[in-house]
Design a protein around this ligand. Structure first.
Ligand code: NAG
Ligand code: NAG
Ligand code: NAG
Length: 537
């Protein structure tokens, strides 16, 4: 059969937890997930081993007949069903599988998420869903549109669409390489489109990872056009042995940063798997590369750069079609769905357009910012002065010390703590001086943030944000990705969010204060950037 066999290990964990499967004792780290995958891949019969995995969220779906979409897109297409004796797995592994199988947001807490080595928090369910869809290889699924008169119920079976699916490599509609003429920046193409052609196929990979949940989140808030609370961050109780993850905004929509991270990782890795020749790499191997130095030696293909890679994978117009298709499919499969009942194609299309636009502009197109709790910031001392937004300027700094650029989360977070100690204890300031600090690891680190007056540019602290590159840029330049962040994405997103004026000016620290900062090499570079303020030279 052309359809790749996915191994279905029906652990039934959630239905009848066995002894010793209370709360997991493994820390909620991506390394634990990788360890669990390695154990599964080792225990599963060798001939099927490389198709394993999907596994534990499949086991979770199995106990949830409410999820006909996953059933339709993934399970119906998976011929192999193999039972693995649950007692073959260690109680620790069973506990972890049970705990992270489902993503949920309840009472200000987020469940089913783990801390990755790059400092990002990742929802496991959409990650595994992406791997499962990618392993199937064939991703283009025809929507069951023929039977409009009688919407299909969840229990109904569909005609054998397996015979009709075409090769994802050639025609996958959600993929950028199929439509090279559209780019994520080309958002004009996403304007409301009642006359746009409604989709007849979907890319199972994008639907099960991202499109369905994105669409539902935007249907939930029809009155709020632009901000359904997409991308909320949170804090771990501790970083070495993380157990509990609490959202910073208790009202956050379930489409959190951790969910979007997991969905993007699932889509990117699923895309990689769907193109990878057989035999495919073991999944624990793939994941340890992706959350480490990069897949197959490619330092760009790792979790640190998921947003850039996501922008290359899909565009707002392509994603609009996928979200629209996902909502249509869901409406077909679940006619009684409380959010979808009675909605017209146009209403679904409008929600899809907004969802794809917001996701592309406010998530993919914005820098990933680690909140203060992620680098274990000490509390602010005293009472912060609030900024009066929007501000008119961005002041660029280098840290000088630490002099080496930081290239890992562990290093950058340690640098943040040491700068904060220096600023608080030696300088006697309330907090680390900078508004934001940019590492060479693909991340921005929150200092005083968007709302508090900083201590970075004497005499000008309430007029602009101070953004520092970690390193000494007297003779060298920061990493290209870090430069792009400060030149393009950070200011663009700050303007979009209303923190920075659209006519903001960009200045080097030395233009306002007697200092070498931000270093000759970096300052020379700044002079060619948009919004650079020549007047103050
Ligand atoms: C995590 O949260 C649970 C439930 O709120 C609580 O019982 C437990 O003590 C917390 N664990 C840690 C390590 O904070
Ligand atoms: C599974 O992976 C192993 C090791 O990575 C490889 O040697 C083997 O050929 C693969 N098996 C199949 C059926 O693809
Ligand atoms: C910063 O770089 C310059 C130029 O390479 C060098 O002369 C200076 O010693 C460096 N300072 C530190 C603290 O590393």
């Amino acid at each position: 059969t052309a359809v790749q066999g996915i191994l279905w290990i029906l652990l039934g964990l959630l239905l009848c937890p066995g002894p010793g499967t209370g709360r997991a004792s493994l820390p909620l780290l991506m390394d634990s997930v990788i360890q669990a995958l390695a154990e599964l891949e080792q225990k599963v019969p060798v001939t099927e081993a490389n198709h394993t995995v999907s596994v534990w969220h499949l086991s979770a779906w199995d106990s949830d007949p409410q999820d006909p979409l996953h059933h339709f897109l993934l399970k119906e297409r998976s011929p192999k069903v193999t039972k693995l004796d649950p007692s073959a797995l260690s109680p620790e592994l069973q506990g972890l599988m049970e705990e992270v199988a489902r993503h949920a947001v309840r009472g200000g807490r987020e469940y089913g998420v783990v801390l990755a080595p790059d400092g990002s928090t990742v929802a496991v369910e959409p990650l595994l869903a992406g791997l499962a869809a990618g392993l199937q290889g064939h991703r283009v699924i025809d929507l069951p549109l023929g039977s409009t008169a009688t919407p299909l119920g969840a229990g109904d079976t569909f005609p054998d669409v397996g015979a009709e699916v075409s090769d994802a490599r050639a025609t996958s509609p959600g993929l950028r390489n199929v439509s090279p003429d559209v780019s994520s920046a080309d958002v004009r193409a996403t304007s409301p489109n009642a006359k746009a052609k409604s989709p007849t196929t979907v890319d199972s990979l994008l639907v099960v990872t991202l499109a369905r949940d994105l669409g539902l989140a935007f249907l939930q808030n029809p009155q709020t056009q632009s901000h359904p609370g997409l991308g909320a961050e949170g804090c771990w109780d501790q970083l070495s042995v993380p157990r509990n993850f609490t959202l910073l905004d208790a009202e956050a929509s379930p489409v959190t940063t951790a969910f979007l991270n997991g969905a993007l990782d699932g889509a990117l890795l699923g895309d990689y798997l769907s193109r990878a020749p057989e035999p495919r790499p073991p999944l624990h191997h793939l994941l340890s590369q992706y959350y480490g130095a990069g897949v197959a030696g490619d330092p760009e293909l790792r979790s640190n750069f998921r947003r850039q890679n996501g922008a290359a994978l899909t565009s707002a117009p392509a994603l609009t079609q996928q979200v629209w298709g996902a909502l249509i499919l869901l409406q077909r499969l679940e006619p009684a769905h409380p959010q979808l009942q009675g909605l017209s194609q146009e209403e679904l299309a409008q929600a899809a357009t907004r969802a794809a636009k917001e996701f592309t502009e406010a998530f993919l197109g914005c820098p990933a910012i680690h909140p203060r709790c992620r680098w274990s910031a000490a509390p602010y001392r005293g009472r912060p002065t609030p900024l009066r937004l929007p501000l008119g300027s961005l002041y660029v700094h280098h840290t000088y010390l630490p002099a080496p650029p930081c290239t890992t989360f562990a290093r950058c977070a340690a640098d943040m703590r040491s700068m904060q100690r220096f600023h608080q204890d030696t300088r006697g300031w309330d907090d680390i001086g900078y508004s934001f600090v940019v590492g060479s690891d693909g991340y921005v680190y929150e200092g005083r943030g968007w709302h508090r007056v900083g201590a970075h540019t004497l005499g000008h602290n309430s007029r602009g944000f101070g953004v520092a590159f970690v390193g000494n840029y007297t003779a060298e330049l920061p990493a290209e990705a870090a430069l792009r962040t400060v030149r393009d994405t950070l200011p663009r997103c700050a303007v979009r969010a209303g923190f920075l004026r659209p006519d903001y000016t960009l200045l080097g620290h030395r233009q306002l204060v007697r200092t070498e900062c931000p270093g000759d090499a970096l300052f020379h570079q700044l002079r060619s950037w948009p919004h650079f303020d020549v007047v103050s030279l």
